[in-house]
Design a protein around this ligand. Structure first.
Ligand SMILES: *Cc1c(COP(=O)(O)O)cnc(C)c1O
Length: 404
């Protein structure tokens, strides 16, 4: 008789977006005349930039011609894309990451979930609280997290790093020593960002204790402040302790197109075995590459026209972020984020819990956000609004909240 992977049974239900959807549906059925504005789910809304569409059309035509048709992509991705990434995302910033340290994939969610496979199940992970749930849940599936305590909503073998107002929503070095440290900056959900010298402390710490940092840079394109690093490899020593994950979803609107990449420097090794060789082996065995058409679209992100168009796209969302930040501040809310990230993190007023504020906002302003408690216990009493809506809807939502 077969047995299942019982680790899956340990996972607590993920009711966050399901419950939000259910509540919104019930409300709109009871009040069909109300126009609901959704600033909840972290998905982009602007169409793909013209330079990207043009590149995709060109690649589609190539696929329809025997001379230029492409089948399986190279295991680790096409050279043209890996070279463009190495040049633009790294060498232009003074980081010596070469094309052969870059692995092309279909997005950062898969990579952030799969990367734990190349590490021992004995390793202890450390995560921020609140956190992007993928990091924890994939380690639960692998059997690395111990026992779940429903009361505290924590796992016995996970090291949590609370990110609260008193530490500017940034993690502090943990008291217990982790083996794997997941960091995502600029952060989803809080919108906070680490400055270069703060990230350097993490790199120094990881090198000192022999830990690996898994650095999720999905929101790198939203950085507006000079002293916030775009890559962990801007820090000295990071090539010996850090893996970096990138996505084309938030900087270029590829949430439905699917493209990302992972960087593993060749220096990163354990007892003479490079993590690069393990991930290359895994990639070659379990993955057959992102589509050619999509990799050509990714290359266009780095063209002169693509860069200019995407700068405007990011600026469009960040104008929304500014509007939400200023408007809520004026209305007396305690808000943060929104400067280096498309997320605004606010404290629920009048002692409300995250879900109480969710209901209050839905019923009184017809605005949907995300309850902070859905990202971890330290998110309780907080609330996330995203800048990914249209400008008109964002303005309307803020006016409604101000009028409450
Ligand atoms: C959106 C997001 C990603 C990107 O995921 P894709 O699979 O590339 O779309 C990765 N990490 C975080 C924290 C995110 O919010």
């Amino acid at each position: 008789m077969f047995k299942i992977n019982e680790n899956y049974l340990k996972l607590p239900g993920s009711y966050l977006f399901f419950t939000i959807g259910k509540k919104v549906k019930e409300y709109s059925q009871a009040h069909p005349e109300k126009q609901i504005i959704r600033l909840g789910i972290g998905d982009v809304t602007q169409p793909l930039a013209p330079a990207i569409i043009e590149a995709m059309h060109g690649a589609v035509d190539e696929m329809g011609n025997a001379e230029t048709f492409r089948g399986y992509a190279p295991d680790l991705g096409y050279e043209f894309l890996r070279n463009a990434i190495s040049r633009n995302d790294y060498k232009a910033r003074g980081c010596g990451i070469s094309a052969d340290e870059i692995f092309i994939s279909d997005g950062a969610k898969c990579d952030s979930g799969n990367i734990q496979e190349i590490f021992s199940v004995d390793n202890r992970i450390a995560v921020c609280d609140p956190v992007y749930p993928v990091y924890v849940d994939t380690n639960v599936m692998a059997g690395r997290t111990g026992v779940y305590d429903g009361k505290t909503e924590t796992w016995s073998d996970v090291i949590y790093m609370p990110c609260l107002a008193e530490n500017d929503f940034l993690p502090e070095l943990p008291k217990e020593t982790p083996d794997l440290i997941y960091l995502c900056f600029p952060n989803n959900p809080t919108g906070s960002a680490l400055k270069r010298e703060q990230l350097q402390e993490w790199v120094d710490y990881a090198n000192k204790v022999g830990a690996v940092i898994i650095y999720d840079a999905a929101y790198e394109a939203y950085i507006s402040q000079e002293d916030v690093p775009h890559s962990i490899y801007e820090c000295a020593g990071a090539k010996h302790c850090a893996i970096e994950l990138h996505s084309f979803s938030k900087n270029a609107g590829f949430t439905g197109v699917r493209l990302g990449y992972t960087v593993i420097p060749k220096e990163l090794e354990c007892d003479g075995v490079t993590l690069h060789s393990l991930w290359a082996r895994r990639h070659g065995t379990k993955y057959n590459g992102a589509p050619y058409i999509v990799q050509r679209a990714g290359e266009a992100v780095y063209s002169e026209a693509g860069k200019e168009q995407l700068k405007q796209q990011v600026a469009y969302y960040m104008k929304n972020a500014r509007y939400i930040l200023d408007g809520l501040r004026e209305a007396g809310y305690t808000v943060s984020g929104g400067v280096n990230a498309p997320y605004i993190w606010l404290k629920a007023p009048k002692g409300m819990t995250s879900w109480e504020f969710f209901d209050y906002l839905l019923e009184n302003a017809n605005v949907v956000g995300t309850p902070g408690s859905g990202f971890g216990p330290s998110g309780e009493t907080y609330f996330r609004l995203t800048a990914f809506g249209s400008y008109e809807n964002t303005v309307e939502a803020v006016e409604r909240i101000k009028a409450l």
